[in-house]
Design a protein around this ligand. Structure first.
Ligand SMILES: [Mg+2]
Length: 401
């Protein structure tokens, strides 16, 4: 079998006109929006494989098209060799970042899909077999009403996100709503306004809520700063969604800076890289809970195959309500029961894309969030400065009790 080509399918998810666009411009329509990029690797035998790339999809699409030149004519069965060929070929060295990681990931995922289809086996069965038939997932809740809605669906775990300010009272309200039997987590999203001392203060305030983990307490660039947080709070820490490959995740794991590692199945390097990262983590008694904040539904399928086959699988993040059309661009929709996703049993990844549905949502832009007066890392009143690491002006607005 030979690879004959690669097709890309780029789409915009969740863009919606809003009243805010009249006062804040067209960008307001794209708050909370994102792009999904799917790839299809074609072969001369008619079999094809599906994959997905997350991270910066419009840019990754160009990288995928460049990689195609290195793949055409190759045997898709030799997944690891082809991964290495792309890794070396991209820049002559290995530091790829999110774009390169995303491009490698989607292609490698599609090669696994081809192998599974060719052998008539689900990917998980080619990876050593399964530990479990269902993968536990967690949802997102910021209010008691959202927490109750997840409980009614059978979720056993949910995460409170801090966007903009850190509001401990939201965590208290969710914990009180769900009781002690349900796992609660907090994601601080690596706030660039937070110094290590801020993150420690928040972490200590969170200790009473018996969290499963405290995610990205601080901006991700400086691991020595994360070490300071690690040394001064007692709750488990989680991080890693922005990193790719075993070398990108290695410092977090080898320094034991986290208890839960969170590589993104759409950009960490591929299915094999995810399993290698999991193995590194296993040796350090670290569990894995793959990130899914920007993932589409094909990478979610790939995550199920990975999570079925590793011993230290904690949970999978799920954005089930990110966009109502989520299940229309793939076939079949994943099966969800009581806060778990069922492991696919069809050959390959067990999922295909629906190109005519994808074509209804053309990509327009990458911007998914902007500085504004209530948002994210930017100090109120200073969005035009676009400073990444913030001064501590108005710090009281960021730390709410
Ligand atoms: Mg996160």
């Amino acid at each position: 079998m030979k690879i004959t080509g690669i097709e890309t399918y780029l789409m915009q998810v969740g863009a919606r006109p809003s009243a805010a666009s009249e006062t804040k411009g067209i960008y307001a329509d794209f708050r909370g929006s994102r792009n999904w990029l799917f790839v299809k690797v074609l072969t001369d035998e008619g079999l094809y494989g599906i994959g997905e790339c997350s991270g910066w999809p419009r840019v990754i699409e160009t990288a995928v098209k460049d990689y195609a030149n290195l793949l055409i004519g190759e045997d898709p069965a030799n997944i690891d060799r082809l991964w290495s060929k792309l890794f070396i070929g991209s820049m002559g060295h290995g530091v790829l970042g999110t774009v390169g990681g995303g491009a490698l990931t989607g292609i490698e995922m599609a090669l696994w899909d081809i192998k599974g289809k060719a052998l008539g086996q689900p990917v998980w069965n080619l990876l050593g077999g399964k530990f479990r038939d269902r993968i536990p997932v967690y949802g997102h809740a910021k209010t008691p009403a959202q927490a109750k809605a997840l409980l009614e669906k059978g979720y056993k775990a949910m995460k409170v996100s801090f966007t903009g300010a850190v509001d401990i009272s939201k965590v208290a309200a969710v914990r009180e709503t769900v009781g002690p039997e349900i796992d609660v987590m907090v994601d601080a999203h690596g706030p660039s306004w937070a110094t290590p001392q801020d993150a420690i203060q928040v972490g200590r305030a969170l200790e009473e809520f018996d969290l499963l983990f405290y995610e990205d307490p601080i901006a991700p660039e400086n691991l020595d700063a994360l070490q300071r947080v690690r040394d001064n709070v007692t709750i488990p820490l989680a991080a890693g969604e922005r990193l790719s490959t075993i070398w990108g995740l290695r410092p977090l794991i080898e320094r034991e800076l986290v208890d839960v590692v969170q590589p993104d199945t759409g950009r960490a390097g591929g299915i094999t890289q995810m399993r290698k990262i999991a193995a590194m983590a296993e040796a350090h008694y670290i569990t894995m809970a793959p990130h899914s904040g920007s993932l589409g539904p094909v990478a979610e399928y790939a995550a199920l195959h990975v999570m079925a086959t590793i011993p230290n699988a904690l949970m999978l993040e799920r954005m089930e309500n990110d966009w109502p059309g989520r299940d229309t661009v793939i076939i079949p929709a994943p099966q969800v029961t009581d806060g778990t996703l069922h492991l696919p049993t069809a050959p390959g990844l067990g999922v295909d894309i629906v190109p005519e549905e994808i074509a209804k949502h053309p990509s327009i832009r990458n911007i998914s969030m902007l500085p504004d007066d209530d948002g994210w890392a930017y100090e109120r009143g200073t969005p035009d400065e676009a400073v990444y690491f913030q001064t501590r002006l108005q710090r009281r607005l960021k730390l709410k009790r």
